[in-house]
Design a binder for this molecule. Structure first.
Ligand code: PLP
Length: 390
């Protein structure tokens, strides 16, 4: 039989599979492995939010919604974004409810990228950015960040990386996988860079509620930035709602209209039950978010202390639920260290290189795990490190 590979589009055939997926295919075959690899909360969605979805189902809410999303949800989003991020958007034409930030990112890129347009992003970064750019025939330009800067990015690095043809800058603070955040002063300089080079900023702020010290600032709230920013946010992380698949984009009427066209023809709308649950999350979820955040903070302090004690230098992630320790002490490549930890200690951690070339020499460990599991996992990593360092 002829191989059907010939039907696959060239730009898709050329995409690498996610490094995380390959790694976790091995993990899933192992019995009793502890996974610090997952990128989602270990908490179940708070009961009152689940109950809102159940209640909506009971009431027979099983239809499509407006393509933009339920107006009641868009109103709740407008209030929430104004309170939390100090930027206001109109519910009728500046907010689009999407199937997670994943869809929001995809349709934002599809709405603005012409073939060959260049997109700047800082890395190590979320595994989807580069492939999402490739899928819309754009050209990704990764700009490395460093542990010495707490994985923040400064405008000088961006200026150096800029080339003619750059149209978009993707920002993600707090950052997956490093937990890096950015100070307001640095963000202001990046905003100036975006203005100088006439860039559109796509700002993925999905982890913003999980900022542990200091205040999170959205670039959309800085003077002159609202008009050139697509603000992306969602419910997966802070509200522990990954399975609901719900997020949103806020921007100008022109950009939301362009995104809405792509969304309308590809997705139609986000699931109504998830939209109902999201309304409850925004209206009454603050306490649940604060409770989960406090636990992440305690776990963060625990794991970063443990990594530093074993000589795996780990900056304190000021956001997200990921630690990103250095393995320079071992002299190993990230992939070899992670494979070794998995084989010897039955603990799954993700090689830093899964998040881009500047992740070499690091691994990502998620602390959205129970204290007991984090204790066992860090013990196993410490034993392995001692063995290989000798
Ligand atoms: N953006 C970042 C930085 C992420 O880490 C993730 C998930 O891991 C997403 C977007 C996707 O989120 P969602 O579940 O809303 O699609």
């Amino acid at each position: 039989m002829e191989n059907s590979q010939r039907f696959v589009a060239n730009h898709v055939a050329g995409l690498p599979r996610s490094g995380i997926r390959d790694f976790f295919a091995i993990v899933s075959k192992m019995k009793d492995a502890i996974s610090l690899g997952i990128g989602e909360p270990d908490f179940v969605t708070p009961w009152h939010i689940r109950e809102a979805a159940i209640f909506a189902l009971e009431q027979g809410k099983t239809s499509y919604t407006d393509n933009l999303g339920l107006l009641s949800l868009r109103k709740a989003i407008a209030t929430y974004v104004e309170t939390q991020f100090a930027v206001s958007y109109r519910p009728d034409n500046e907010i689009l409810v999407t199937v997670g930030v994943s869809e929001a990112l995809d349709i934002a890129l599809r709405a603005v990228i012409n073939p060959g347009d260049k997109v700047l992003y800082h890395e190590p970064c979320y595994v989807s950015y580069h492939p999402s750019i490739t899928l819309v025939h754009g050209q990704g330009i990764g700009v490395g960040t460093a542990a010495e800067d707490n994985f923040s990015i400064n405008s000088e690095r961006l200026i150096r990386a800029w080339e003619p043809g750059c149209k978009v800058l993707i920002l993600n603070f707090p950052t997956n996988p490093t937990g890096g955040v950015i100070e307001r002063a640095k963000l202001e300089r990046i905003a100036q860079f975006a203005v100088d080079k006439d860039l559109l900023v796509i700002s993925d702020e999905i982890y913003s509620e999980l900022t542990y010290e200091g205040m999170h600032t959205s670039i959309a709230s800085l003077p002159g930035m609202r008009e050139r920013t697509i603000f992306l946010h969602g419910f997966s992380k802070a509200f522990a709602m990954t399975g609901f698949r719900i997020g949103y984009a806020c921007s100008t009427p022109e950009l939301i209209e362009a995104m809405m066209k792509v969304h309308q023809y590809s997705m139609m709308c986000a699931p109504i039950l998830s939209q109902e649950a999201a309304i409850e999350a925004l209206k009454n979820g603050a306490e649940s978010v604060a409770r989960m955040k406090e636990q992440y903070r305690e776990r963060r302090d625990f794991v970063t202390r443990r990594f530093n004690e074993m000589g795996l230098t780990c900056h304190i992630p000021n956001g997200t639920f990921y630690a990103f320790p250095s393995i320079s002490r071992t002299g190993f490549k990230s992939i070899d260290f992670c494979k070794g930890v998995l084989e010897a200690g039955k603990v799954a951690i993700v090689p830093g290189t899964a998040f881009g070339p500047s992740g070499e020499g690091f691994f990502r460990a998620s602390f959205s795990n129970s204290y007991q599991q984090l204790l066992q996992a860090t013990d196993a990593i410490a034993r392995y490190t001692e063995k290989v360092v000798g």
